[in-house]
Design a protein around this ligand. Structure first.
Ligand SMILES: O=C(O)CCC(=O)C(=O)O
Length: 271
């Protein structure tokens, strides 16, 4: 990609802090529609189950089969060019998750890095493509701390974070609880320590989390996709889901296919 989508200030924040908060990337109509889809999943997979605590939240992975709106979001025009600018074109979608975090007084929140034991030990330089990024789309307003805020430790993607016996929480010095409105999105790098604050409000916080990784990695949420999902996708979306245009064979991911840049950098199409 030749021109930059990100401003100098955003690029600087990405390098130094390891995240950026993008304001108003989804229209009110889009975020409202996605929130309704998340509410539908919440009812279907949690609240409508016999004997469930009505205050239960939702943490549903691999949501692409559940709605075309979730498929469309994987290369949404407002965000996908940012993904390409940060990561380059040799990428795949690694996860798509819907989260509802209900009020939870007494909960301390949690902080972690993604990718288990290994990924937190890999800290790339400021000028490197990241191994992975995540986008958190906010579908409800979270305008004050302790409302189930997405919480992060700026700069922790560049240095070993002190781990010890004291649990790291949203109250640990250095933690930033992001305040955001429905339609905003936070983009963050793979080794950034992050998590969620307690929700002391009376409203559930609702978000969608999409993760992209370099194509030579394993995906987190998917082990292949059904023809039913792939038929609903554009060629670019299918490529993001691992359809390389050829059958898997040893070495299939050693290099990306020759048409990778052409397929991935085309403008978004609506499926
Ligand atoms: O719900 C949250 O904000 C936490 C998200 C998170 O921990 C993650 O994306 O790994």
């Amino acid at each position: 990609m030749e021109s930059s989508i990100l401003t100098d200030k955003q690029k600087q924040q990405w390098s130094i802090d390891g995240y950026i908060l993008l304001k108003g990337v989804l229209s009110a109509g889009e975020s409202g529609n996605l929130k309704r889809e998340v509410d539908r999943l919440h009812r279907r997979y949690v609240l409508n189950k016999a004997g469930v605590d009505p205050k239960s939240g939702l943490d549903r992975r691999n949501i692409l089969p559940d709605s075309d709106a979730f498929i469309h979001l994987m290369d949404h025009p407002a965000l996908f060019d940012v993904v390409l600018e940060l990561m380059g074109p040799y990428i795949q979608l690694s996860m798509a998750e819907a989260v509802v975090r209900p009020p939870n007084p007494g909960y301390r929140g949690f902080i972690h890095t993604d990718g288990g034991q290994a990924l937190r030990h890999i800290r790339v330089t400021e000028t490197s493509w990241p191994l992975q990024i995540k986008i958190q789309y906010f579908l409800t307003d979270v305008t004050k701390p302790d409302r189930g805020n997405f919480t992060l430790f700026p700069g922790s993607h560049l240095r070993p974070y002190p781990e010890g016996d004291v649990p790291i929480t949203a109250q640990t010095p250095g933690a930033v609880q992001l305040c955001a409105e429905a339609g905003d999105a936070a983009v963050f790098s793979h080794a950034l320590w992050h998590g969620v604050s307690p929700n002391l409000s009376r409203r559930s916080r609702k978000t969608l989390i999409y993760c992209y990784s370099q194509q030579c990695f394993r995906t987190f949420d998917f082990n292949g996709h059904t023809p039913e999902v792939l038929e609903r996708c554009t060629p670019r979306q299918r490529r993001l889901l691992g359809d390389l245009g050829r059958d898997w064979r040893p070495g299939a991911y050693f290099y990306s296919p020759e048409d990778q840049v052409e397929i991935i950098e085309q403008r978004s199409e609506v499926a």
